[in-house]
Design a protein around this ligand. Structure first.
Ligand code: AMP
Length: 190
């Protein structure tokens, strides 16, 4: 089973993706984690991505599409994967469709974590206060708000994109974390 987990920054995608990895044996592929690792390693891709990420903007599509295209071929993805943080706009989604088609793979579901902006802004401010100066350069209130704007402008249209394909499965991302996980498992097992 290959799935996408979709939702705004602060919705808990990473945590839920890890739980799905543990519960369903699907490999979590987080483009954000991969880009942060590349930046920490000082690779050419990482150097290019670093400042863009710190500002809360999107790195160029060809970079993330290339990373995912290579990564899904690795042996640990053979049992299925969860795309966490990819695709982030319609162009990436279209590239993913072509890529999966070329590789003879299919997309089974797109899990959307639904959550109100007001809750996200509270979380964003809390997270920024807790982590400012921490390991993530983009965890300051300004960059986090930018990431939320980018989500609405570029990523939210994917909800319609996947609904039109009959792939969208929405869960209440405002419930307690365990309840969100339960709903996700219900959707994936149903
Ligand atoms: P995340 O950990 O998913 O919140 O991603 C952190 C940052 O990495 C984002 O704000 C972007 O700058 C960059 N990033 C991650 N995934 C993508 C993607 N699919 N397309 C473009 N930029 C991305």
């Amino acid at each position: 089973m290959n799935i996408i987990i979709l939702g705004p920054p602060g919705a808990g995608k990473g945590t839920q993706a890890q739980r799905i990895e543990a519960g369903k044996g699907l490999k979590q592929l987080s483009t954000g984690d991969m880009l942060r690792a590349a930046a920490a390693a000082g690779s050419p891709v990482g150097l290019k991505a670093k400042d863009i990420m710190a500002r809360g903007e999107l790195v160029p599509d060809d970079i993330v599409v290339g990373i995912i295209s290579e990564r899904v071929e690795d042996e640990d993805c053979a049992g299925g994967f969860i795309l966490d943080g990819f695709p982030r706009n319609v162009r990436q989604a279209e590239a993913l469709d072509v890529m999966l088609d070329d590789k003879g793979l299919q997309l089974d579901a797109v899990l959307e974590l639904q959550i109100d902006d007001s809750i996200l802004i509270d979380r964003i401010e809390k997270r920024a206060a807790e982590t400012e100066g921490g390991p993530r350069a983009d965890d300051n209130a300004e960059a986090l708000k930018k990431r939320l704007d980018v989500y609405h402008a570029q990523t939210a249209p994917l909800i319609e994109y996947y609904a039109a394909k009959g792939k969208l499965r929405s869960v209440d991302g405002m419930a307690e974390m365990d309840e969100v996980s339960r709903q996700i498992m219900e959707v994936l097992n149903g």
